[in-house]
Design a protein around this ligand. Structure first.
Ligand code: NDP
Ligand code: 8X3
Length: 252
């Protein structure tokens, strides 16, 4: 029987690649994000190309009422979620702390931290009841290091790391696995969103080969397909040219 995976932030980048990868390896997928049209297109692609079922569910993770309503609307057969990928997230702006904008801070904290908690709150009770499940939180190298002008984004990803550890401890009695994936540079819409610059990727990844979203998705598939007794706690994944959040070899 196919498992059910819910992926937040599936309209783009790592979440989209993960939805496709999980659909290709025995999962039916609930795909979420704010951009409903993209979700509909992806659901169609998954059904046709990957022969899996895909249910689009559009909501904003920052709005708990929307999150609750979205989960209430799930048909019964989709409610028993086996795998939750908490991926929706963003960096907004890249300023020194003294120049940071309040609305950017709020967007990052509300999405990366509170949104992850709101979604998890809906999924954990049924996992606990069934005595199984797997939650994978997408943090970042920014959850392990703080870099110049990374301040609040790094804080949100450090929070994801702490929440992941807390979840692993509290959910341990119920047989639920909790993992964290911490990528370095991945070429997605991340930098375009962060810098509000359509050409951002040509600048941020200049002279190096960043990770592809599919590289991270493959790692997630590996993590969620281990045998029942194996729990991968934490994976830090860089492109080969990157050594830390601030050190990268570029051929310019
Ligand atoms: P993208 O911008 O390509 O994708 C971000 C996804 O998050 C989109 O699907 C977007 O959907 C969703 N999202 C953002 N805000 C909300 C919201 N309020 N409600 C619901 N969904 C939301 O970036 P990535 O794929 O790179 O990012 C995915 C995750 O990976 C993030 O958590 C990011 O911090 C992390 N990460 C990224 C790295 C990188 O270098 N790219 C490195 C390390 C970690 P929509 O806009 O449709 O709502
Ligand atoms: C995204 C990677 O290095 O821009 O989390 O923070 S980084």
């Amino acid at each position: 029987m196919r498992k059910i995976a819910l992926i937040t932030g599936a309209t783009s980048g790592i979440g989209k690649a993960t939805a496709i990868a999980l659909a290709s390896c025995g999962h039916n997928v609930i795909i979420t994000g704010r951009r409903g049209e993209r979700l509909e297109e992806l659901a169609e692609e998954i059904k046709v190309k990957h022969k899996a079922e895909a249910l689009p569910l559009a909501f904003d993770v920052r709005n708990n009422e929307e999150v609750v309503e979205a989960f209430k609307s799930l048909p019964d057969r989709w409610k028993s979620i086996d795998v939750l990928i908490n991926n929706a997230g963003l960096a907004a702006g890249m300023d020194t702390i003294q120049d940071g904008k309040l609305e950017d801070w709020e967007q990052m904290i509300d999405t990366n931290v509170k949104g992850l908690l709101y979604v998890s709150k809906q999924v954990m009770p049924l996992m606990i009841e069934r005595g199984e499940g797997h939650i994978v939180n997408i943090s970042s190298v920014a959850g392990k290091e703080t870099y110049p002008k990374g301040n609040v984004y790094c804080a949100t990803k450090h929070a994801v790391e702490a929440i992941t550890k807390g979840m692993r401890i509290d959910l341990n009695p119920y047989g639920i696995k909790v993992s964290e994936v911490c990528p370095g540079m991945v070429e997605t819409e991340f930098s375009v969103v962060r810098l509000k610059d359509a050409d951002a990727n040509n600048k941020v990844y200049k002279g190096l080969k960043p990770l592809l979203a599919e590289d991270v998705a493959e790692t997630i598939v590996f993590i969620v397909t281990r045998p029942k007794h194996v729990s991968i706690a934490d994976v830090l994944i860089f492109p080969n040219s990157q050594a830390s959040s601030t050190i990268a070899k570029r051929e310019l």
